[in-house]
Every structure is written in structure tokens, then in C-alpha cells.
Design a protein around this ligand. Sequence first.
Ligand SMILES: [Fe+2]
Ligand SMILES: [Fe+2]
Length: 367
Amino acid sequence: MTKTVFNRNKVDFTKQYMFFGEDQNTQRYDVFRYPEYDKLNQTMLGYFWRPEEVSLQKDRGDYAEFTDAQKHIFTSNLKYQTLLDSVQGRGPCLNFLPYCSNPELESCIVCWDFQETIHSRSYTHIVKNVYADPAEVFDTILDDKEIIARAESVSREYDKFYDMAVNFFHKGKGSEYEVKKQLYKAMMVVNILEGLRFYVSFACTFAFGELKKMEGSAKIISLIARDEATHLNLSTHILKHWAKGDDDPDFVKIAEECKEESYEMWKTCVEEEKRWADYLFEKGSIVGLNANLLHAYVEFIANKRLKALGLEPIYDRPLTTNPLPWTQHWLSSSGLQVAPQETEIESYIIGGVKQDVDEKTFEGFQL
Ligand SMILES: [Fe+2]
Ligand SMILES: [Fe+2]
């Protein structure tokens, strides 16, 4: 298969599958096969923000006064997110974009990846402002066995897909069906990363924020979390379209064949995240958060995500009782709009506008 940036054929892209169809030509956003991807794209564009908008002056002082246990929790968590978001900063463009054959999804994937670069810049902003020597954090990430183990389990399925796709489409080796199956698994891993693993990390930073410590960092992480919610929404939609059969019919079979493996992937991730929680709190807990609470939270989030995918929740835990209810305040956009005088936080959301106003929105409205 040769790829082209300008497919001369007239193709009706509203009839193309999301992946592995004809190469694209005109990037048009007037007719859609999947209008929800365009909506998501508009939301992502409206969320544009920069980490430099948030002051970390107070965070530096907070960190200096931390106990060893608090430093271990904050720094390990930050290192982990830096590496995982770096992996995720490459993944969508390197793996998904070349094979995407739907204009609105293509645009979403580019935006998705772009937001990941903002996230990586955020970690640098935090590291440069909180630590006397940024190298102390960056240069030691690859020495942390706990972090590497989890980064490897994320990147394995991505890399496998990359190899299989290159082998099939460029060297004529293997089968297209197997390539599609691997894409399904890579998409599931991404869903798990952005829907479960990241939420464990978010909770740790928000716990400091709840104590009025590292509030600038917590604010930045809440902006990252807002972006991640759109990414999670995107991969959830892709996986659901495949399973429901309103895209390439091969994926209906693949979703069924991969069902057991998908549950195993979720279970393995939950176990890895629980081990991570034990590691984080091995030197001591912080007020409001400890290893046991984080274990419960991991199971609660996993159940919620499985249900959203149309799979069965696997943990004996109600979907309605959040073991860490205070995380909700940091995860909802409205929670971000605190009055500046209420806290030390000094930034405001730029461009976080609703995009769903149409001609009927103001019907019946009189001045
Ligand atoms: Fe990210
Ligand atoms: Fe993401």
C-alpha cells in the first residue's frame, strides 16, 4: 500500500470506515459520518490553555516544607505522569493517524496528540518551578523500576501494532485482520491508560490540593484531566462503534474475540495500579489519602469505564459511591472556576466555551 497526502479519487468519506480505508483528500467539516468526533474536536479546540498561565510560586515553598513521605508521593507521581504522557504524546500520531480514513476523526487525533504535548510542557513547568534542580527529576525517571514496568505495559500493544501495520501495509507480510485486531487492543490499552491509570495519578495531586498544598500543580493537573476526559470520550466512542457494528464489520468479530482478553487487560491494570499505590505510600500517607482508599478508587473507576464500554463491571463495588468524592470537584470544569480570592490559584480558563449554541438556543428568550 502506498500512502498519499492527496488521493486523486473522488471518495465519499461519509461511507468510509474509521481506519484502513482510502487515503483522504479534502479536509471538509460540513458532512460527517461521525458528527460526535467533530463536536469533540470543537471542545478540544475550545480548551486551549498553557501551563505558564498558572503560578507555582507557592508550590515551591510548600514542597520545601514537605516530609520525606510527602516528597516521595508527589515526585514519584509526577515522574510517572511525565513518562506516561510522553508515551501518549507519540502514540496517536505515530500509530493511529497514518491509518485513519475519516476526516473528522483525523482532525481529532491531531488535536489529541497536540494536547499531549501541552501536558508534557506542563510537567516541565512544574519541575522547573518546584525543584531546585530539574535534572533530579527528569534524569531519574528511567531508573524507577515501578514506573518502567507500567510504561512497558502501555507501550507494548502500541509497538506491536506499529510493527504489524508496517509489515502488512508496506512489506506485504501478515494479515489485515490481525492488524485490525492489534489496533483494537492498542485502542483498549489507550482507553485504560487515559481512563484509569491517569485517574490514579490525578487523585494523588488533587489530595495535596485539598490540603491547600501544591495548589498550582493541582490546578494544572485539573486542566490536564479536563483534556483527558475528551480523549477518553474519543477512544470510548471508537471502541463502541466497532463493537456495535456501525463501522468496519470485522471489528464486531474482533471485539467479541477480544472480550476475555479485554477483561484481563483491565484486571492486570487494576493490579498494577494497586501495587503502585502501595509503593507511593510505603513511606507514609497524606491526610485524606492512603493505599487502601486508592485501591478502592481504582476498582470504582475500572467499573465505571467498563460499563461505559458496554462491558460488565468486574468489581463488587457500587457505581454510585465514589471512595474519593472530593476528586469530583477537581475533575469537573465548573470546579475549576473558583474565585481567585478563595485560594492561591491565579489562573483562569481561556477559551473554555460551550460550542453547542444553535439558532434554537435563544428561542422564547425576550429582553
Ligand atoms: Fe495527557
Ligand atoms: Fe490524553
